[in-house]
Write a protein that binds this ligand. Sequence first.
Ligand code: FES
Length: 111
Amino acid sequence: MPKVVFHRDGKTFTGEVPDNTNLVVKAGIRQFPYPNFLYGCGMGKCGKCASRIIVGGEHLPEPNWKEKKRLGPRIEQGYRLACQLWISHDIELSQEAKPLADVVAPGAAAV
Ligand code: FES
């Protein structure tokens, strides 16, 4: 079972999730990382689930078109849309307590 280390607002949350887990789906059914995980649409549109991958990004697939459209150059800084990721390996990630506009790339197209 993949171990997830999640940072937000200066706090660290740790849990294990079943193989092939989507963290937004898990939070949506009120399981870890609920209630601390930020998310919205679950469809790669709102950007609220934007997370910076600290460890384990090499196990993730290449960003899909929704991530590229929403995150733009932030992808180069390690950001991904958690709702677009299915976790099968240990991962460490963070979400920042910043307004969405600061997390999403300036100039990224609104959906
Ligand atoms: S929850 Fe809206 S983009 Fe991920």
